[in-house]
Design a protein around this ligand. Sequence first.
Ligand SMILES: NC(=O)c1ccc[n+]([C@@H]2O[C@H](COP(=O)([O-])OP(=O)(O)OC[C@H]3O[C@@H](n4cnc5c(N)ncnc54)[C@H](OP(=O)(O)O)[C@@H]3O)[C@@H](O)[C@H]2O)c1
Length: 251
Amino acid sequence: MEQRFEGRTALVTGSTSGIGAEVARALAAEGALVVVSGRRAELGAAVVAKIEAEGGRAVFVPADLSAGGAAVRELADATLAAVGGRLDILVNNAALLLQPRPTGEVDEETLDAAYAISVKSAFQLTGALVPAMAERGDGVVVNMGSISGSIGMGGSALYSMTKAAVHSLTKSWAAEYGPRGVRVNAVAPGPTATEGQADNAHLIAPLLATAPDRRMGRLEEVAAAVVFLAGDGATHIHGAILPVDGGLAAV
Ligand SMILES: NC(=O)c1ccc[n+]([C@@H]2O[C@H](COP(=O)([O-])OP(=O)(O)OC[C@H]3O[C@@H](n4cnc5c(N)ncnc54)[C@H](OP(=O)(O)O)[C@@H]3O)[C@@H](O)[C@H]2O)c1
């Protein structure tokens, strides 16, 4: 098997389940030492065990990204300790997934939590980890965006707002860190077959009916895009928002 990340290290936030867990597996399958993170320690341990069973290397570092800057700093420090002081790849994937709700019915607690988990923690984690990459002159950040960050969807204003912020940060960080050797890009999945989407078929079906590919994405299709952007096949790609949505946002 190709080992394009041999000798490299990665942190994938929100990798106890879903897309993040698959991204962690895919990076580890190609040789990276991966830090798996999230709140649910049992699931984190299961992701690590699966990676190890497949011959990869991973460690679980717990973190609650709703808990503010000190918790984010702790994750950054524990990550650096787990990988021997050098992080090569940061995947900002954790997010608060929200069921569609009219704007007037979104309470302040949910509004603050969505911002804290999906935007603020990625901002602070990047601020904590990426300057060292820039000083060194190499590193990669891949943010998890969404088609919701680019197109309007009724009832999804809050989630869309957080994802539009992630898309914006991707371009701002490309401008900020790119000249010092750190590539920053994002993947923007469409509806992807995670456990969390299992009950949303009735909401997703009308969307998929308009998409060229007419189906949900698979976890490994999103992970493959992250692996591509993190790898040396993407060395001239900065500030891109790569859709992995079966063409949904394009038509
Ligand atoms: N599934 C889709 O259709 C789809 C489409 C477009 C974009 N996305 C994006 O893909 C990413 C992954 O989503 P997913 O669908 O794979 O959902 P998921 O399975 O629910 O994964 C969300 C991850 O975020 C972590 N997380 C949530 N709150 C956290 C907190 N307070 N502190 C630390 N970690 C936290 C969760 O870990 P713990 O619960 O263990 O903390 C979990 O690992 C998100 O950025 C999402 O917006 C998903």
